[in-house]
Design a protein around this ligand. Structure first.
Ligand SMILES: [Zn+2]
Ligand SMILES: [Zn+2]
Ligand SMILES: [Zn+2]
Length: 112
């Protein structure tokens, strides 16, 4: 499976973690949720499938992987993901629009 050993939950999930809400070629990441420690392709999938509100990934856990490349399964921290436009491992392009939603997924860094 392309997303490595991680189990990603999503609505109409494809093999590169696209979902019912974000289906463009470049929509290939999954995001870890601190509330349930589960990986979802987007916040809308979490809203539909989880039975609790989403909690952004805590800044205090910023050294743990919180983003997954759906193409190759490479895992990144929030800072690594936010600092790149493509996967460091397989060079798959990431949708720059996802970063506009970053506050939904990640707490702001401890240090600005
Ligand atoms: Zn959750
Ligand atoms: Zn979704
Ligand atoms: Zn990759």
């Amino acid at each position: 499976m392309a997303s490595g050993s991680r189990q990603v939950r999503g609505v109409h999930l494809d093999s590169q973690t696209r979902c019912a809400h974000y289906r463009q070629l470049i929509d290939v990441i999954a995001l870890r949720h601190a509330c349930c420690d589960a990986w979802y392709p987007c916040h809308l999938c979490h809203r539909e499938l989880a039975d609790h509100p989403a909690v952004p990934w805590p800044a205090a856990r910023g050294t743990e992987p919180a983003v997954l490349c759906g193409v190759c399964g490479h895992e990144m921290t929030a800072a690594e993901y936010l600092g790149t436009g493509s996967c460091p491992a397989c060079q798959a392009l990431f949708n720059p629009g996802c970063k506009a939603h970053a506050p939904l997924y990640f707490e702001p860094p401890l240090r600005p």
